[in-house]
Write a protein that binds this ligand. Structure first.
Ligand code: KIV
Ligand code: NA
Length: 275
């Protein structure tokens, strides 16, 4: 099957909505790919939902590259975007290029960086090095404690205007798409209209060109936090708990394994073994 490309996504704008989900491992990447998800984002949200950190900040390159390798071996059709972790692009342009290249060598088709006009020079340098870049503005979890906080973005006319400017700066720097996280839907709509590249919303209303969710939120596996924008398409924590409870009860009661999952020596060898 043919891989989803940057030009496929560009031609979907205004015609067909883009489906994006996070993935962190081989088995779920395989399932999401089979379901026709257009982009699999190996998000630094892995730091929270897989590694158990309280935020995305502690995640490092080595961890991200391991997740990316696993997802790339599962996805045949979906484009794979690697989320550059905090600290991997802030030090400078050459560090940003080096780390972006590591993602491509590790199986990704593109990278994502959080930030607007202030990181446009790094975005341009990475794109010039031949690596497609997805932007990410609005709520930026890597630096939200420092700046605007973990809340809705674009609430005031001034901040709405800044979001439009950031999106335009990213477009000029060469991004192929922009994530809008927790942006007031009116602002997300205007941004979507004002840039030529597809916007991918999370908590930013129906006006975006595509939508992204964290897989563990959609499946109802991650229960530490439930933002209002999450829609749970399944409640898997419960059936997983039930299955593991039944297994443990069976082990304790000696009911597992049963004959069907037990292996035997041949009668002849058994005879020799027993003497
Ligand atoms: O890390 C992540 O999962 C993300 C998406 C929510 C956009 O950045
Ligand atoms: Na992220």
């Amino acid at each position: 099957r043919k891989k989803v490309s940057v030009s496929d996504l560009a031609s979907m704008k205004g015609k067909e909505k883009i489906s994006v989900l996070t993935a962190y491992d081989y088995s779920t990447a395989l399932i999401c790919d089979r379901a026709g998800v257009d982009i699999l984002l190996v998000g630094d949200s892995a730091g929270m939902v897989v590694l158990g950190h309280p935020s995305t900040v502690p995640v490092n390159m080595q961890e991200m590259l391991m997740f990316c390798g696993a997802v790339s071996r599962g996805a045949k059709r979906a484009m794979i975007v690697g989320d550059m972790p905090f600290g991997s692009y802030q030090p400078g342009t050459s560090t940003a290029i080096e780390n972006a290249v590591q993602f491509i060598k590790g199986g990704c088709d593109a990278v994502k960086l959080e930030g607007g006009a202030e990181i446009a020079d790094k975005v341009k340098a990475i794109v010039d090095a031949g690596v497609p870049v997805m932007g990410h503005i609005g709520l930026k979890p890597q630096t939200s404690s420092l700046w605007e906080g973990y809340r809705l973005q674009g609430r005031t006319a001034e901040s709405a205007r800044r979001l439009v400017q950031d999106a335009q700066a990213l477009e000029k720097a060469g991004v192929f798409s922009i994530v809008l996280e927790m942006v007031a839907s009116e602002v997300a709509e205007v941004v979507t209209r004002k840039v030529s590249v597809p916007t991918i919303g999370i908590g930013s209303g129906p006006g975006c060109d595509g939508q992204v969710l964290v897989l563990h939120d959609l499946l109802g596996i991650y229960e530490d936090m439930k933002p209002k924008f999450v829609k749970r398409y399944a409640e898997l924590a419960r059936p997983i708990l039930d299955a593991v409870l039944r297994y443990t009860q069976d082990v304790k009661a000696g009911k597992f394994p049963e004959e069907i999952s037990t292996f035997h020596m041949s009668p002849e060898e058994l005879e020799k073994f027993r003497g």
